[in-house]
Structure formats: C-alpha cells, structure tokens
Design a protein around this ligand. Structure first.
Ligand SMILES: Cc1ncc(COP(=O)(O)O)c(C=O)c1O
Length: 449
C-alpha cells in the first residue's frame, strides 16, 4: 500500500480530532504504518521523530517491548471485567503503586478512561463531598486564565483557551477565573517567583471573599500545556494549598499532561511540596498505549461518601471501561520502567541537552522566550522581540514549522506561535540536536514575511 491509498480511504470515512478537515485539501495527512522507539514510519518508509509524544502521551517509545509483553501477558488472563462489585489483580496492584508514588495522603484511586473524564469525576466528587457535609452552596469552581482541562462540557467550561471554548460557551457552566501565574506575563526584571506571588494575591482575595460558594480550585501545576506551554513558579501552588486549607476549598491538580516526569519530577506537585485533594492522571499513566485515567483523593474525601446506601451519599458515577485490566497492566509496566531504569534521574541529562540545543535561539530576533520545566521545552515566536508582540493567529506561523519538520524527519507540532519539544524519554542526545536544528530552520522559514 502507498501513502496515497490509505489517505484517500481515510478522507472518505474518518473525521479527525481538532482539525479543520478542509485543510487536508492542501495539507497532507500522514498515514503511519508503524512505530518503534521515537520513530514513526509511513507506508513509503519516511520516518519522523515523534517530538510531541503523540499528544504528550508516549513516554518510552512506540512499540516498547516491555510494555508489549505486559499486554500479551494480561490479555491471556483477563481482558476486562466490570469494576462494580468485582475486582482484579492489576487494578489493586496499580492502586497500591499509585498511592506509593504520588504525594503523601492520596490514598484512594477512582478510575475513568481519559483525561476529561477524570476531570469531570473530580468536579463531581468535590461538589458532592461538600453536599454530603451539608454545604450544597459550595458549587462553583475556580480556574486560572489560559487553562485547559479537556473537551467534555464540564472540562471545557473549566478551560480558558478561546479557540476551543468560545463556540460552546452557551452550553457551559460558569466558572470563576483567576489570573494566571504564567511567567511570560511578568514585568521586565521581575523573577518568576515574585510574579507568581503577585498573581496569587488575586486568588487569595477571591477565596477570602467567595469561599462559601467555592467547591474547588483547579490548576495545571507548572505548565499550562494546551495554553501554549506557558510555565510558572511552583510557589504559586504552595501558597494555593495553604489558602485552600484556610478557606475550606478543595485543590484539584490536573497532572494529566504534566504528570509522569514531564516537569522533571514524577509529579509537578512535588516541586511545590504539596498534596492536592484530588490529583487527575491520564496520558503518561499508560505510557501512550491505552486510554486510562485516575482520580486520586484523600481518606477525608473518601470518608465523606462512606455511609449507608439509603443516605444517597455514594458516588454513583461510572464508565464502562473503568479500571480496564489491560490498561492497568500497562500502567504497572510503566511504573516498573520508571523504577528500574531510574528514568527521572536520567532525564536530567536529556533536559540539559534540550536546553543547550536551543540556547542559540535566545538572540533570535523573532524568539520572545525560551522556557523549560524538565522534559518540556518551549520556544515562543514573536513578531516583535522588544515588546513580545505576537504574530496574528490567522498567519498560522506554527504550521510552517510543522510542515518544515515533516520534510526533515521530525514531527514538531507547534501550538499557535509556540514551538515545543515534549519527546519520549528514550530520545537520544543526537536526536535532540536534530530536533533543535529542524526547529531553528523551521522558525527561520516561519518568521519570513
Ligand atoms: C492538562 C490537561 N487536562 C486534561 C486533558 C484532557 O485529556 P483527554 O484529551 O484525555 O480528555 C488534557 C489533554 O490534553 C490536558 O492537557
């Protein structure tokens, strides 16, 4: 089969995610035949380094032998079973392991099958917890400007990225939006930490005034990924944890994108030294293999639901594939790799290499910022470096970087004007250097008028 054959069939039958399908009249769709390690390969032997980990999910490369074997082993034993009234070994083992590796105090695991669903479950749990406590007025959620938490209606309502949200606004619950600690917005000469503390003042004031009606604050710790890989200082979350405790408001940490090492620690919350009331995980949970997500929470929250059936305090929420055994087996294999291969320690070398590889771009006249947290690095293209004037979104400058990358054996998929690397952890230093060269060429092409 040639690429064109599959593409022709695809365009007749598939509606692709997050895509204006008309773009494919001019923008080629890339049919992938196989993947190995960081490489994706099409039907004509063209290869691409997956610099975006296939939407931030892949951790240890495509078709990883250890994960493949875990699937084969599990599939011969049990592919799926209802998790209400029944249980199985992989879900128990995984829950024990997640409780072990996440911040102290998260002791219960509730499963779903994608990131947005985990967010929805956490929102419902938070509201329902307060209701069970006799506080039904705590029904509002606070988010941060420029946040993203998924596409289902509840998760979308919590987000603040206009291109995804605006169209559906009439369908969405109202949320209360606080200013973001996004360090890109700081004043010249101000440190990331000072800016985060300054931005926190508005959150503090908001909680002081409205805590009676607030159920939870929802954050993406350290990196607002879909919001353009915008990054901030962990002090914000340390302060937020203290304030949430003071005002009796839950803290929901959405680590769906940043969890599992993307920020340099296994979980971003570690850098703020906090335990949220709810932690949502997905994506890297199964190293990019299978749809699985989990909400971890505390004994306090769990006990708020624990009562006689007739009290209607139970969390009557479910998804058909909750706690799928194959997904859990993959997640266990993923945690084994983290432990056995000392992944977090070894990633430090890769992070340093990523930083060095693009250091030359700091002086580029159309680069407004280079930022990094661990294994995530972003380069912001700007029209005017002095005042960071952005290129207009309609110019689609990032798309030019993407198109160039495909001609140079790389899949770099900018978010608007932001070129970023969030590669699988099996990438080599040579491959990082290659990505940096391709990104530099791509930026030079994209910023030409
Ligand atoms: C921070 C964050 N939360 C939630 C989601 C939604 O996850 P899913 O796409 O699996 O629904 C995403 C997806 O990119 C995300 O980045």
């Amino acid at each position: 089969m040639r690429n064109a054959d599959l593409v022709a069939r695809d365009l007749k039958s598939v509606w692709h995610p997050c895509t204006q399908m008309k773009d494919h009249e001019t923008l080629p769709l890339i049919p992938i035949k196989k993947g190995k390690g960081v490489w994706l390969e099409d039907f004509e032997n063209n290869r691409y380094i997956d610099a975006v980990s296939s939407w931030w999910v892949n951790l240890f490369g495509h078709s990883n032998d250890r994960i493949n074997n875990a699937i084969i082993e599990q599939i011969g034993q049990l592919e799926h079973v209802i998790l209400a009234g029944f249980s199985h070994e992989p879900v128990v083992n995984l829950s024990e392991r997640l409780i072990e590796v996440t911040p102290e105090g998260l002791n219960k695991c509730f499963y779903a099958d994608n990131g947005s669903s985990a967010i929805e479950a956490a929102l419902k749990m938070s509201f329902h917890y307060w209701k069970n406590q006799g506080l039904p007025n705590k029904k509002h959620f606070v988010n941060l400007a420029n946040s993203y938490h998924g596409e289902t209606l509840g998760a979308l309502a919590l987000g603040d990225v206009a291109i995804y949200k605006n169209t559906y606004q009439p369908l969405l619950m109202e949320v209360i939006t606080a200013p973001s600690p996004d360090a890109y917005l700081k004043e010249p000469g101000e440190t990331d930490e000072a800016f985060a503390l300054r931005q926190f003042e508005a959150m503090e004031a908001l909680l002081a005034e409205r805590h009676h009606e607030i159920s939870a604050v929802v954050v993406e710790p350290l990196i607002q990924c879909a919001g353009g890989m915008r990054m901030h200082h962990p002090i914000y979350h340390t302060k937020l944890r203290e304030a949430c405790d003071r005002y009796g408001v839950h803290l929901i940490a959405d680590e769906i994108a940043v969890g599992f090492g993307r920020t340099g620690t296994l979980f971003a919350c570690e850098q703020a030294g906090i335990t949220p009331d709810f932690m949502c995980l997905s994506k890297g949970l199964t190293a990019g293999y299978l749809p699985l997500s989990v909400v971890l929470t505390t004994d306090t929250v769990y006990n708020g639901f624990y009562d006689d059936y007739e009290t209607m305090r139970a969390f009557l929420h479910s998804h058909s594939y909750t706690g799928n055994p194959i997904g859990c087996a993959v997640a266990l294999a993923t945690l084994d790799i983290f432990r056995d291969d000392r992944v977090i320690e070894n990633n430090r070398r890769l992070s340093a290499c990523m930083a060095e590889s693009v250091a030359h771009l700091a002086d580029h006249p159309n680069v407004g910022d280079i930022r990094q947290h661990g294994m995530t690095l972003a380069i912001e293209m700007v029209k005017n470096k002095a005042d960071k004037t952005p290129f207009h979104w309609k110019e689609r400058r990032g798309l030019k970087v993407y198109q160039h990358s495909l001609t140079r054996q790389a899949l770099i998929r900018p978010l608007g004007n932001v070129v970023y690397f969030m590669p699988p952890y099996v990438i080599t230093e040579d491959q990082i250097q290659h990505l940096a060269r391709v990104a530099t060429e791509g930026i030079n092409i994209a910023v030409r008028d």
